[in-house]
Design a protein around this ligand. Structure first.
Ligand code: BGC
Length: 512
């Protein structure tokens, strides 16, 4: 082993020891959650609903991709039936009651509500489905939290360029208004868009998400600009037309991993990479100045000029757009799963294709083998990364209210999921450390209520507190051990590492 490599490994290990020390120093068992802290679980329409063409629903980009190119999905599966929640929503609500949830986060399917993509035809059957679900939840005091867009763009809009066409701003705003009009009387928590990075980079840059386009270094930046303007327009519509009568809150959910510098010399590079990875969405909304992060604007403009482009590959916002986007979220919706380590040196210049998003970042990252890994290879358990991320958000964006809108761990089939339990406990503990440091975290959402269609991984990576039997026509749902543990966390409002559930019978507690 080279001397340099040894030094790097030692410095990474020292960082890790430092990270775990932060967590251990404050651990109390059992450890209470703050008063008023909320617990929920999350799902998304395409991943659970099925009924892909039921009662007038039209095709989304995920229907299109899975039907036309089935084996782009690891097990050649699709979401045609998925968990069949389109028919089984009452059982879903029963599970929410079993867990004792305060709220449930789910998404609307654009093409179920607007089969033409536009407001000229509102599909009553689609509206009815969501009304039934919402009313069933409210009957048992479970607050609905709606995500307007969780990746299932109408295929027709994709054929017109999707998120790279600036007209998407109006298309999305019209759809948002219709959702606010129909459900705003009963729904107080709204999320406009789930994970812009995955929509833009994975959808238009790396082809790892529908519509599976790979025009990196260009298309994902056009998408980012349009998506941010669309989000802000929807937010302003709620503000102007609905807030006074309905008194709800509207935010956005950003996916953010923690990026740890490998050594002190990489501190700036790690900070810059964060600006590219998710700061490109957070900075325009949550910073005081708004707009894309300065490092992105400078770096992409300079590289574009070197590469022979006549203008920056990163589009500019107008000053009106900057103002409209700045402050356009009542809370910071945070989806967090894992962390990585980053370095930058001579060897990292020129390892990526040009132009590309990763060439624009110009650094390399990796995860350590000793971090426990989920069924998803990208998902390694690094709880101290969650702590550092929350503190970073507090410091960068003036301590916004943070709602954890997703966090979870995948396994394969089986009800004994101790690895998931361990992940949840460690991450909740790290979150409590961050709260002790003054981070303003108001709630936590476990991904996911039940197993579901895990996008390109199909049904091979399972995230559910409940296992779903995909061989049974009833899509039978069974609580995993983690469901019992999460239920006790919610019931007791504290984290107890020693709690061993009796998994014989799942019951519904009084009041639910
Ligand atoms: C997405 C979910 C997905 C989960 C696990 C998040 O990025 O919002 O739809 O299932 O991660 O990969």
């Amino acid at each position: 082993m080279g001397k340099l490599k040894l030094v790097l490994i030692i410095s990474v290990l020292l960082n890790l020891v430092e990270g775990s020390r932060i967590i251990n120093k404050t651990r109390r068992d059992p450890r209470p959650f703050p008063k008023g802290f909320l617990f929920g679980t999350s799902t998304a329409a395409y991943q659970i609903e099925g009924g892909w063409d039921a009662d007038g629903k039209s095709e989304s980009v995920w229907d299109h991709l899975t039907h036309n190119n089935p084996c782009r999905i690891k097990d050649c599966s699709n979401g045609d039936i998925a968990d069949d929640s389109y028919h089984l929503y009452k059982r879903d609500v029963e599970m929410m009651r079993e867990l004792g949830l305060d709220f449930y986060r789910f998404s609307l399917s654009w093409t179920r509500i607007l089969p033409t993509s536009f407001p000229d035809k509102i599909n009553e059957a689609g509206i009815q489905y969501y009304n039934n679900l919402i009313d069933e939840m409210l009957k048992y005091n479970i607050e609905p939290m709606i995500t307007l867009y969780h990746w299932d763009l109408p295929q027709k809009l994709q054929e017109m360029g999707g998120w790279t066409n600036p007209h998407v701003v109006d298309w999305f705003a019209d759809y948002a208004r219709i959702a606010f009009e129909h459900f705003g009387d009963r729904v107080k928590y709204w999320i406009t868009i789930n994970e812009p990075r995955e929509v833009c980079y994975q959808g238009y840059g790396s082809a790892t998400n529908a519509p599976a386009i790979s025009i990196t270094g260009y298309a994902e930046y056009l998408c980012a600009k349009n998506l941010l303007v669309a989000h802000a327009k929807a937010y302003r519509i709620y503000d102007k037309e609905f807030r006074e009568k309905y008194d709800g809150t509207v935010g956005i959910s950003l996916s953010a991993g923690w990026i740890e510098p490998e050594a002190e010399k990489d501190t700036q590079a790690a900070f810059d990479a964060i600006q590219f990875e998710w700061g490109q969405y957070a900075h325009p909304i949550f910073s005081e100045t708004g707009d894309f992060p300065p490092i992105m604007k400078e770096r992409i403009a300079a590289k574009s000029a070197e590469q022979g482009f006549y203008r920056s590959r990163l589009p500019e916002f107008t000053s009106d757009e900057i103002e409209m986007i700045r402050g356009s979220s009542d809370f910071f919706g945070l989806n967090h799963y894992s962390s990585s380590i980053l370095y930058k040196n001579e060897s990292t210049a020129g390892i990526f294709e040009q132009p590309s998003f990763y060439d624009d970042i110009g650094a390399a990252s990796y995860q350590l083998d000793e971090w426990p890994v989920a069924a998803s290879s990208w998902l390694k358990q690094v709880p101290w990364g969650f702590y550092k991320l929350l503190v970073f958000i507090k410091e960068q964006y003036n301590n916004p209210t943070v709602m954890i809108t997703e966090n979870g761990f995948s396994t394969s089939t089986g009800l004994q999921d101790d690895a998931r339990i361990n992940y949840y406990r460690e991450y909740l503990d790290a979150m409590l450390d961050a709260i002790d440091e003054g981070c303003n975290v108001s709630g936590y959402t476990a991904w996911s209520l039940m197993d579901n269609f895990e996008w390109m991984a199909g049904y091979t990576e399972l995230f559910g507190l409940y296992e779903v039997d995909y061989n049974s026509p009833e899509r039978t749902r069974m609580p995993r051990k983690s469901a019992f543990v999460y239920k006790e966390i919610i019931r007791s409002r504290q984290l107890d590492y020693h709690y061993e559930p009796n998994t014989n019978e799942m019951t519904i507690d009084e009041g639910k």
